[in-house]
Write a protein of this length. Structure first.
Ligand code: SAH
Length: 391
């Protein structure tokens, strides 16, 4: 097996449970193997630190699987998945059949993402190591959940850095139908797991969508960046008000309409507008009491930070201008490269420019089925604010 020896004093974070070893912390590597091979990690004095998998071409050269030297076999993966399922059984609400079962590093399986959509499972490997683990993970999923089918949809920037191309296809059992029906907080959604964005549904927003369902009724809601209607459908289902769903994707809006109808919601209560949100916010003549801003990541690479921040500022500024006193804003960023405090400051600058008094009702984050290791804050990306507007 490959042995990775750390520089003196660099074992601390790994011993504390941080799952990443950067190339700069490594003194030497012995042994060879393809990207994703298992490696034993040792401190400068030769003492064992744990076991992980390597990809020499990445600045995150090793991702740790265990702080013990143990076999990475079917039994190990089975234990990891069982532990992940125990958390989901504790935190996923009733009347909900879609959830994230494995959240990569947050479930001590770096690079491995597993989303459950009713009887179907979507597997995503982000790294070469996760590719190597795939057969073990699939076998363990079959044993644990007896799904109807497991489908792979692996894509994204991390894969490129790892030297991997995008890949999709059936891994086990039946191929999911074009639309898989799920329940979320008692609402029905059709999910296009194969052709939709990400693995088909933004599961990380479930608790924030539930939040909107608990608000007082009688609102005019702008669901900005609506995708397949999530926030607006939950709001309307719980009689919160009239919803205008805006998204640039026609396919997403088509499914949003279908989801609206699938929940028996009155047609007159929902409008669906295909538009660029930046233009829509500037040009609309409608008035709203509640605006949701859930954009795609404006900052995909660190170099995009400045441009991305100005994008966040712009949409928040326009939304704050549109809202009356007593209006509310649910605003989010899912850019991993934007820290929570930089996001909050961006919203603050927008509020200052809009000359509005803004109060924070709640800090928002991902649903509990997206756990993040306490020593690995890099694993968190979704942050949000629930704001109340004054004069
Ligand atoms: N809130 C949604 C998820 C939003 S994902 C939910 O709960 O399911 C982000 C969405 O923004 C995608 O549907 C994408 O099509 C849309 N989008 C991206 N850029 C946009 C733009 N400039 N204007 C409007 N929509 C945009």
């Amino acid at each position: 097996m490959i042995t990775v020896t750390l520089k003196p004093g660099r074992e601390g974070p790994v011993i504390a449970g941080h799952p990443w070893v950067f190339s700069g912390a490594i003194a030497s590597t012995t042994g060879e193997g393809p990207a994703g091979s298992l490696a034993q990690v040792v401190a400068a004095d030769g003492s064992a630190v744990g076991i992980g998998y390597v990809n020499p071409r990445c600045s995150i050269t090793v991702r740790m699987l265990s702080r013990q030297i143990e076999e990475i076999d079917a039994s190990f993966i089975g234990r990891r998945l069982k532990a992940a399922l125990t958390v989901r059984r504790a935190v996923v609400p009733p009347d909900t059949t879609a959830y994230r079962l494995v959240n990569g590093e947050g479930d001590f399986l770096p690079g491995v993402i597993v989303d459950v959509y009713g009887p179907f499972i979507i597997y995503q490997s982000l790294t070469a190591g996760a590719e190597v683990l795939k057969p073990l993970v699939v076998a363990a999923l079959v044993r644990l959940l007896s799904p109807q089918g497991i489908y792979e949809k692996s894509e994204g920037g991390v894969r490129q850095e790892e030297g991997l191309t995008n890949t999709a296809g059936i891994l086990w059992g039946e191929e999911p139908p074009p639309l898989v029906e799920i329940q979320e907080n008692g609402c029905r959604f059709f999910v296009n797991v194969r052709g939709g964005q990400k693995t088909g549904f933004f599961l990380d927003q479930r608790e924030n969508r539930a939040l909107i369902g608990t608000m007082a009724p009688g609102k005019r809601i702008l669901n900005g960046f609506a995708y397949t209607g999530g926030f607006g459908i939950i709001a309307a289902r719980y009689r919160i008000g009239h919803v205008v769903s805006v998204d640039s994707s026609e396919a997403a809006l088509r499914l949003a309409r279908k989801n609206w109808q699938g929940n028996g919601l009155p047609e007159a209560q929902g409008d669906f507008v295909q538009a660029d949100m930046f233009s829509y916010l500037r040009e609309t003549t409608e008035s709203f009491d509640l605006i949701v801003l859930d954009p795609p990541p404006f900052i995909r690479r660190r170099q995009d930070l400045k441009v991305g921040i100005s994008g966040y500022k712009e949409i928040n500024l326009q939304a704050l201008r549109l809202l009356p006193p007593g209006g509310q804003l649910l605003t989010f960023s899912c850019s991993q490269h934007l820290s929570t405090s930089d996001f909050f400051h961006t919203v603050l600058f927008a509020a200052t420019d809009a000359r509005r008094n803004v109060r924070v009702l709640k800090h928002l984050g991902p649903a509990a089925d997206h756990p993040v290791n306490l020593v690995h804050p890099e694993g968190s990306y979704l942050k949000g604010l629930w704001l109340w507007l004054g004069d």
